[in-house]
Design a protein around this ligand. Sequence first.
Ligand SMILES: *Cc1c(COP(=O)(O)O)cnc(C)c1O
Length: 412
Amino acid sequence: MFKIYLDYAATAPVRPKIKAKILPYLADKFGNPSSIHSFGREARKAIDKARENVARFLNCQPLEIIFTSGGTEADNLAVRGIVENAKIKMQKSKFIPHLVTSTIEHHAVLHTCKILEKERKAQVSYLTVDKNGLINPEDVKKTIKPNTVLVTIMYANNETGTIQPIREIGKIIEKENRLRELRKNKNKIYFHTDAVQAAGYLNCDTKFLHADLLSISGHKLAAPKGIGALFVKKGVPLEPILTGGEHEYQKRAGTENVAGIVALGQAVLLANNSQEKIRIKKLRDWLEKQIIAKIPDVQLNGHSHQRLPNISNLNFQFVEGESILLNLDLSGIAASSGSACTSGSLEPSHVIMAMHHNPLRTHGSIRFSLGWKTTKAEIDYLIKILPTVIIKLRKISPLGKKSNTNSYQLNI
Ligand SMILES: *Cc1c(COP(=O)(O)O)cnc(C)c1O
């Protein structure tokens, strides 16, 4: 059967060029990078090279890159690392660290914040979004308190692709820090952004973004799963969450995932390619236009243009998202109802809920996400299959409008 993968925001197939680069490190070049013999030095050299590539991608110094086991660990290290450090500093005062985040973050950030709150290790403010899924930078400013130590806002959302005004937020935080300096307050506010989805398509220059910490993940960039990185600006005080050896500038103990690191070092060279971006955006726009034209009662979730070029999150009224996914899967098409972590659990998406406050809107929402291998023929096949699936489901739908099935005829 013709199989079509439209779930790149969950994970991407490994690019052949990346695969070729890492195979030697799964075979002959197996040394432990901490060993001083030739096997070890060979592995160390590969890590150094990859670190330089990632540093160039983020416009920072190599020693500002900490390799982790993925995006989740990078997010945890940023949030927990800053909170732990601030707690040590605030020990003598009655304050606990305050964090600012948003209701639409990936669970790696959101659940971490909730846990820190529950453990009374931090106080957290959750910024809301408008119906386009956007955070208002002014809200960040209004929410900052004297004990705020970290603002963590994602660069682009994994469910809708909506791009947040990260640079504006970064500048606001810098200004707040200057005010604190004038008031002789030595505690700084650090700014973290989860750029896991953004890295494939947006400028991740950490200086341009005014970011202190930034997370990326390999498998969202067509490298294998289990590798990621956290940018930690020089001087940002961070407690490690994994302790042991002196690896990764004493910020992340454990023998390095050499093959994974090599893969990430190659992935960043291939990421954010302008030609590929144009090609993928064209396909995504075609998909969206055709589906909205052929199927009535479809709405776009997320911002219409301040959005990643590869994601289309669409709401199909009067149908269950899960039923659409199962039917598409029977035709060989893989899509998602949002985040991979929530699909299967039938929990309404926290991202769509934050935008529309309506469970019905979340139930019929499907995310199509495209990537380096997606072709026009694949999109055309989806456009051919989907209208029939939606008509069929609406006819049997318990969600209303059952009696008037004729209104669901194709607009062809
Ligand atoms: C996938 C994803 C993560 C988690 O990355 P892993 O490498 O899978 O742990 C974090 N944030 C966002 C926005 C993601 O899309």
